[in-house]
Design a protein around this ligand. Structure first.
Ligand code: SAM
Length: 275
């Protein structure tokens, strides 16, 4: 037995035939110390509902429940995992709800409604991680339905999320995340911590929504950052030509010889409002 009184994850995987599928981005965490560390990085969960995407055999789910999360709502696409997850549900009566389905088809804001404080914590499948993050950063209403997100990404994606102007990794994702949240890399996780090990190092990123982000339309901001970073080596007067070029830059007081990677979120927002 493990410290939570449930069987070790290796046994769970063997018993339920949960050989990892690459197509579902399955890299499982079997070390309960590590999953406990991720749960801790999410903060005090005792008054919170946690939304988890991709519980798989339930390693992180168990850590979240053991750390005292009031409730966990977990969305899993792989039906093979449901029996293992049902055992966790039975062990923690009334605290774990498993939704069998695709996270890309899930209305998370509706799931969070009437749950009180809601946090998102997940070891995301890498193939849909960025897509989900972008959706969570651009919901229909702001402040959003969650009070924080604690998410595992490939290290390279994590660096793009937390990047600041001038950083090598600064781009569209950094502008979007910086506009709406304060984010930081909590810690790195080496490949050998996963079963099977991925090719690269991963990082856990913690994001807290800004209550009053700069007022700008998300679509307009996306248009400007797409154009500017689409030709990131070019000066802005060239890369923003189709959106107004020199005249636009003059109206916003931004030097047309600058490059996208030097602009702050405030400056991108100013361009988006004028374009
Ligand atoms: N949370 C587990 C852990 O930490 O060991 C598993 C994490 S694994 C990286 C990603 C999980 O997401 C897998 O269980 C996979 O089946 C699930 N998954 C993949 N695509 C999904 C989707 N579109 N919607 C919901 N879950 C998905």
């Amino acid at each position: 037995m493990s410290i939570d009184g449930l069987p070790p994850l290796r046994e769970v995987i063997a018993e339920h035939g949960l050989a990892a599928k690459k197509s579902l981005g399955q890299n499982f965490l079997l070390d309960l110390n590590l999953t406990a560390k991720i749960a801790r990085a999410a903060g005090d969960l005792t008054a919170s509902t946690v939304i988890e995407v991709g519980p798989g055999p339930g390693g992180l789910t168990r850590a979240l429940l053991l750390s005292g999360a009031r409730r966990v709502v977990a969305v899993e696409r792989d039906e093979r995992c449901l029996a293992a997850l049902a055992e966790i549900s039975d062990h923690y009566p009334g605290r774990l709800e498993v939704i069998s389905g695709d996270a890309l088809e899930t209305d998370f804001a509706a799931l969070a409604a009437e749950q009180g404080d809601t946090r998102i914590v997940a070891n995301l499948p890498y193939n849909i991680g960025t897509e989900l993050l972008v959706r969570w950063l651009t919901p229909s209403a702001w402040p959003p339905f969650y009070s924080s997100m604690t998410l595992m990404f490939q290290r390279e994606v994590a660096e793009r999320i937390v990047a600041m102007p001038g950083d090598r990794s600064y781009g569209r994702l950094g502008v979007l995340a910086g506009w709406r949240t304060e984010s930081r890399i909590a810690f790195d996780v080496p490949p050998q911590a996963f079963t099977p090990p991925p090719k690269v190092t991963s990082s856990v990123v913690h994001l807290v929504p800004r209550q009053t982000p700069i007022a700008v339309d998300a679509k307009a901001l996306a248009r400007v950052t797409e154009a500017a970073f689409g030709q990131r080596r070019k000066m802005l007067r060239q890369s923003l030509k189709a959106l107004g070029g020199e005249a636009l830059l003059e109206r916003t007081g931004i030097d047309p010889t600058r490059r996208a990677e030097t602009l702050s979120v405030e400056e991108f927002a100013a361009l988006a409002r004028e374009a």
